[in-house]
Design a binder for this molecule. Structure first.
Ligand SMILES: *Cc1c(COP(=O)(O)O)cnc(C)c1O
Length: 424
């Protein structure tokens, strides 16, 4: 069947034809290609069209599609074990690997998605501090848990939904929304609510309003305020973990988190998530402590094996990150040069293997307000041009694009060529 036929049929059985809203390409008003196959940096749709992929399943495919080591780990494991709902040595292996190779990560609980990781981390923080309020930042996305769907990023930003229907006011009354990179703002929030704040959750390198790195002074002030008021600081590294470097965003700052959440890359492309941090806090989780959280599929052997294969490869081969860094530098510089030549208003933010091209005439994009200044009509034309030129990019101005270790210099040159031929 053709892409459009499959998509039309899909709409009959799945709302909007998709299982996650951003995939519908609603924002760019195009029928999405229906993907069939992925090898390395390339993906192929049902009509056999090839795309150089800069979405990478929204981050997880940092090793490229169907990496041989990850595929082997999956195949070998599922020959003998698919699920037990019982302890396995494989989950110990991944847990131990994460706790010994990552900073500030003494104990971990495996879950099945980023949403589960962040929502459980917040519950744990509330149970540990015996306080209720949560501070998140406008433009940051932490999954679709009710308490987060207030001024969220990602699909929620794209769709311009203030939050979501179906969320009782009561369930978000403990969520406060702060301004990213605004020191004055967080001082005010803590001044007023510090005593009631259980946790602050932040993407230290935001990716869900496009890529924006938090400023050092902002992070340092956050840590200081959290310490002062007995509030836990949660780094949501679901996207940035193993992405901006193996150590993730936390390695870019002097401040340490109390809890960290991971997902995306850590499952090697299979559904997964994890949250962890200080032992003293993690021991409040059931069955040791009073905070309940469970999962039939949590720590699934096939997922653990895929995750372990991916993380081991990334950890043992620093050259992979160097390659991504070199490609990223070349791409950003090239895009900036071309934009200048063609007088296209463009700000490129990049952090390791994640990058956003903001079509904005501001000098820099460093907060949610800057992001909102972007020319989404221009983005839409750019996106369509790139798709037609064989590039799979995130179909929204407010998302990050991702590099993989399988991208080549030639792929980057092709990207630049395509951008050069964009009729602005
Ligand atoms: C993707 C993402 C999530 C949600 O993860 P899911 O696996 O989609 O539930 C949470 N936080 C951040 C920072 C993310 O990028």
């Amino acid at each position: 069947m053709k892409n459009i036929e499959i998509f039309e049929e899909s709409k009959k059985y799945m709302p909007g034809g998709v299982n996650s809203p951003v995939r519908s390409y609603k924002d760019v008003e195009i029928t999405p290609p229906i993907m069939k196959k992925g090898i390395g940096a390339y993906i192929y749709d049902e009509e056999g069209n090839r795309y150089i992929d800069f979405v990478g399943a929204w981050g997880p495919m940092i090793l490229g599609h169907c990496d041989e080591d990850v595929v082997k780990a999956i195949k070998d494991t599922c020959e003998i074990s698919i699920a037990f709902g019982a302890p396995t040595e494989l989950e110990l292996k991944l847990a131990k690997y994460m706790c010994t190779t990552l900073d500030n990560f003494e104990m971990v609980r495996m879950v099945n998605s980023g949403t589960e990781a962040t929502m459980s981390a917040v519950r744990l923080a509330r149970g540990y501090t015996k306080k209720d309020k949560l501070l998140k930042f406008a433009g940051c996305y932490h999954g679709h848990y009710e308490g987060f769907l207030v001024s969220a990023g990602s699909g929620v930003l794209t769709e311009g939904i203030p939050g979501s229907a179906g969320i009782p006011q009561e369930n978000i009354k403990n969520t406060l929304v702060g301004q990213y990179n605004n020191v004055e703002n967080i001082r005010e929030v803590f001044n007023e609510y510090g005593e009631e704040l259980a946790a602050v959750i932040i993407e230290p390198v935001a990716g869900n309003m496009g890529v924006i790195k938090a400023e050092d002074v902002f992070m340092e002030e956050l840590r200081r305020l959290c310490d002062k008021y007995g509030t836990l600081l949660i780094f949501d590294e679901v996207m940035s973990g193993f992405r901006v470097s193996y150590m993730g965003a936390q390695s870019l700052f002097k401040v340490k988190p109390d809890l960290i959440t991971y997902a995306k890359i850590m499952g090697g492309g299979l559904p997964c998530g994890a949250y962890g941090g200080k032992k003293e806090i993690m021991e409040k989780l059931s069955p040791l402590g009073p905070v309940y959280q469970a999962g039939t599929m949590s720590g699934n052997p096939v997922v653990m094996a895929a995750g372990l294969a991916a993380l081991t490869k990334l950890h043992d081969n620093p050259k992979l990150y160097e390659h991504i860094e070199a490609l990223g530098t070349k791409l950003k510089q090239g895009l900036e040069t071309i934009a200048k030549e063609k007088s296209i208003p463009l700000v490129v933010n990049r952090c390791g293997g994640m990058m956003t091209m903001f079509f904005s005439d501001r000098d820099k994009v460093s907060c949610y307000d800057d992001v909102m200044s972007c020319d989404t009509k221009l983005f839409k034309r750019f996106f369509t041009h790139m798709l037609n030129s064989g590039f799979n990019l995130p179909p929204s101005q407010y998302e990050a694009m991702f590099l993989s270790v399988k991208h080549s210099y030639e792929d980057i040159e092709k990207f630049l060529e395509a951008f050069r031929s964009f009729e602005y």
